[in-house]
Design a protein around this ligand. Structure first.
Ligand code: G1P
Ligand code: ZN
Length: 544
């Protein structure tokens, strides 16, 4: 095997964010940029000689180019076998599933999740460890450290491999096995959910659903699972053809970017159920006819109803949610007498809890829900969970949500995003907040009195690693909260996220629109943080 050693110069900006390294495509196209990062990953992993890696991505622009380069570098670095999704495709949860099922050493996932794709848009790469989940911080830090000093990389000079046919090929001393990107994942879903009951629901001639794949990775998954295996009519799927540029759209399943689906579900004579997933298939949005389920509520509802679904029939052992996610799940955990963990933002913080068997369900307010079946959040899993519940409970989405509020109370919740604001202003806003920590407690704003304010820090209960400065919390005496964070996934300027939450136990007051119910807190957030002043914006880019 003739390996080429190529001299290179380190880049200084290859620090992974909330979910891997994300940059604009032209940044990745700089000389040796991708190669430097891939070599940094391979150099940071101990004992990889002969190991099996999983490789695939969300199919966005540059996916296939990167896959071919990574295969040749893996071969040159002594990897024994790579399982690669056909045509270079694997949704993020399917990659996690495959890593676990075949007990691979780890995997490289190419995705910038919900960010737009195309020659001038985003690309991303992340490393997942052997449990199928995103690499923990100590691994991503080692990769970053290596990227700062790297001066050569290894690659096998070879032709590109055909990746459209299933089967094994040889690349130097390495085996490349092209696998069906959907089969293993679909089998896992069948083991968790009552497909018979869902098939009956979807075929009863009354129930109507729409699933929006947003021209991203979940199209083929939805086709196989929802249409082929569960019998949903073919026109239940929208935008199911994956495109390299996601059709020019922004494949983020929320009320703003999935507006095509939202309009259908909020029209007269709307379908009974609507759902969407994002670029790489790990996010989900759940809608009923004229009804939006917040992701925080969705987590709480799935937890409260888990035993109605075969995969969770024996009950759940615990729940984990990211800090900015609403506390609706905490109330369910309390009622079930199980622990609820509060972690920093990012799925990687759930991995240890899942591996240690401390939690079964996890969720984030950012349209992420999942369980111990894989180590990533999982969009279609959430859709199937909801369909299974609808089939068993024989109620509408809205009825299930309202009954949940009656029992546990309603956590009004919203997130306001200010995207692409000047970094300097965003940092100043955060500094302004920190400067007020000593004096905020006890201050009164209308009906609200501040109980505490701090920087959220987290000590992992399993490996005791400490993560600091994970978001600024302002807690009020009635349990309401405002949280401020800067995004770790954006690629342009800074994105400020403001998270707002208020609890309402009184069933007579649970029917308000979320923005109306949170109006006072929205104003207080601006009063305390000077959002308009520091961002130069008078309204958020996205409200979810
Ligand atoms: C965002 C979400 C976060 C999620 C991440 C990856 O990160 O807020 O919950 O885990 O995307 O999908 P952020 O941009 O806020 O750092
Ligand atoms: Zn995603």
């Amino acid at each position: 095997m003739q390996v080429t050693d190529i001299r290179t110069t380190a880049y200084k900006d290859q620090k992974p964010g909330t979910s891997g390294l994300r940059k604009k495509v032209p940044v990745f196209q700089q000389t040796h940029y991708l190669e430097n990062f891939v070599q940094s990953i391979l150099d940071s992993l101990p004992d990889i000689q002969g190991a099996t890696l999983v490789l695939g991505g969300d199919g966005r622009y540059y996916n296939l180019t990167a896959i071919q380069t990574i295969l040749k570098m893996a071969a040159a670095n002594g990897i024994g076998r790579v399982l690669v999704g056909r045509a270079g495709l694997l949704s993020t949860p399917a990659a996690s599933c495959v890593i676990r099922k075949y007990q691979a050493y780890g995997g490289i996932v190419l995705s910038a999740s919900h960010n737009p794709a195309g020659p001038t848009e985003d690309f991303g790469i992340k490393y997942n460890i052997g449990n199928g989940g995103p690499a923990p911080e100590k691994v991503t830090e080692a990769i970053y450290a290596r990227s700062l000093s790297i001066d050569h990389y290894r690659i096998l000079p070879a032709d590109d491999l055909p990746l459209d046919e299933l089967g094994k090929q040889q690349l130097g001393d390495m085996i490349v096995e092209v696998i069906d990107p959907v089969a293993d994942y679909a089998e896992l879903m069948e083991s968790l959910f009552d497909f018979e009951a869902i098939r009956t629901l979807l075929g009863n001639g009354q129930f109507r659903m729409r699933f929006d794949a947003m021209h991203a990775i979940t199209g083929p998954y939805a086709q196989e699972i929802l249409v082929k295996r569960l019998g949903a009519p073919a026109d239940s799927l929208m935008n199911a053809q994956p495109l390299e540029d996601f059709g020019g759209g922004h494949p983020d399943p929320n009320l703003t970017y999935a507006h095509e689906l939202v309009e259908i579900l909020f029209a007269q004579n709307a379908p009974d159920f609507g759902a969407a997933s994002d670029g790489d298939g790990d996010r989900n949005m759940i809608l009923g006819g004229n009804f939006f389920v917040t992701p925080s509520d969705s987590l709480a509802i799935l937890a409260a109803n888990a035993t109605q679904v075969p995969g969770y029939r024996n009950g759940i052992v615990g729940i984990a949610r990211s800090m900015p996610t609403s506390q609706a799940a905490d109330r369910v955990a309390e009622a079930l007498n199980i622990p609820c963990y509060e972690t920093p933002t990012g799925w990687k913080f759930f991995g240890n809890l899942l591996d240690a068997g401390k939690v079964t369900l996890c969720g984030e307010e950012s349209f992420g829900t999942g369980s111990d079946h894989v180590r990533e959040k999982d969009g279609l899993w959430a859709v199937l969970f909801w369909l299974n519940l609808l089939a068993v409970r024989k109620q509408s989405v809205a009825e299930i949500a309202r009954e949940h509020w009656q029992r546990f109370g309603r956590n009004y919740y919203s997130r306001h995003d200010y995207e692409g604001v000047p970094t300097e202003g965003a940092n100043k806003l955060i500094d302004t907040l920190r400067a007020q920590f000593a004096t905020l407690a006890g201050q009164t704003y209308g009906a609200y009195t501040v109980a505490f304010s701090d920087d959220f820090a987290y000590t992992d209960p399993i490996d005791h690693s400490v993560s600091t400065q994970q978001g600024i919390r302002i807690g009020f005496t009635d349990g309401s909260r405002i949280v401020f964070r800067l995004s770790g996934t954006g690629t342009e300027g800074a994105t400020l996220r403001v998270y707002l939450e208020r609890y309402e136990a009184d069933t007579a007051k649970q029917g308000l629109d979320g923005q109306v119910a949170l109006a006072d807190l929205i104003k207080i957030a601006d009063d305390i943080a000077g959002i308009r002043k520091h961002t130069g914006r008078n309204k958020p880019t996205v409200i979810t």
